[in-house]
Design a protein around this ligand. Structure first.
Ligand SMILES: [Zn+2]
Length: 238
């Protein structure tokens, strides 16, 4: 990924992070006389020499939004880590807008996120409120097509059993939505999907075939902890 592309994502996500932090500060009700904003000599800075050198970074207070507050490791991995953290912020903002946090601030369900041609695309599993009837109908059509093509892969006697739940998971939903946005196929695309949960066994078993059915893009899934899996030609590559 080019540096300018990273910079563009960085700028955009910084805005999202600031918005999330402002919302968190409203929730936190800081004591009077201790303003949260403005100059703070203890606030960490990104090291000089870094492309973002000298810029203020989050203190991690409030909602715990913390972007690049620690010195990134050498090599390319810090970009991967930065992008992952930005993606998790995007998911957090998306969840917040859809009020998917329960009373204790815990999350439920799965949200997947990707960016294609500059556009944010989110997916969720079917139990979450942003999952639509159109999502469900697409998932059922996809399930029927895959069952026909791979009769041994899926449960046919009890169609609601695992691994058939894969069609209603966030990973599948984000790919289906991406396909719709791109006019019906993901052929020739390289897609990076961030997911805020660990991948389940049903997804591990069936997603590569789903990818093939949707036009055989190269898709890398990355979870919140940086674990990745890449699929192409109906198989996991790594
Ligand atoms: Zn799954």
């Amino acid at each position: 990924m080019s540096r300018s592309a990273v910079d563009a994502i960085w700028r955009e996500r910084r805005l999202a992070a600031m918005r999330a932090e402002v919302e968190a500060s409203h929730d936190a009700h800081p004591p009077q006389g201790q303003p949260r904003h403005g100059y703070d000599p203890n606030q960490p800075r990104i090291p000089q020499g870094d492309p973002d050198g000298g810029q203020w970074t989050s203190t991690g207070r409030g909602a715990g939004i913390q972007v690049a507050a620690e010195k990134p490791p050498l090599g390319g991995t810090w970009i991967a880590k930065l992008l992952r953290e930005l993606a998790m912020i995007a998911i957090k903002v998306y969840r917040k807008e859809a009020s998917l946090y329960d009373l204790f601030g815990k999350t439920h369900g799965t949200v997947a996120y990707t960016k294609i041609d500059g556009e944010d695309i989110f997916g969720s599993n079917s139990t979450l409120p942003m999952y639509t009837k159109a999502d469900y109908d697409q998932a059922v059509r996809l399930r029927d097509a895959i069952i026909e093509r791979y009769p041994d892969l899926l449960k046919q006697d009890n169609i609601g059993e695992k691994p058939n739940d894969v069609f209603f998971h966030g990973e599948t939903n984000v790919l289906l939505r991406a396909r719709t946005k791109l006019g019906g196929t993901l052929a020739g695309r390289t897609i990076h999907v961030y997911v805020d949960r660990t991948m389940c066994p049903s997804c591990i078993k069936v997603l590569p075939k789903i990818g093939l059915e949707l036009g055989n893009p190269t898709v890398t899934f990355e979870d919140y902890a940086g674990r990745t899996r890449t699929m192409k030609d109906g198989e996991w590559l790594r």
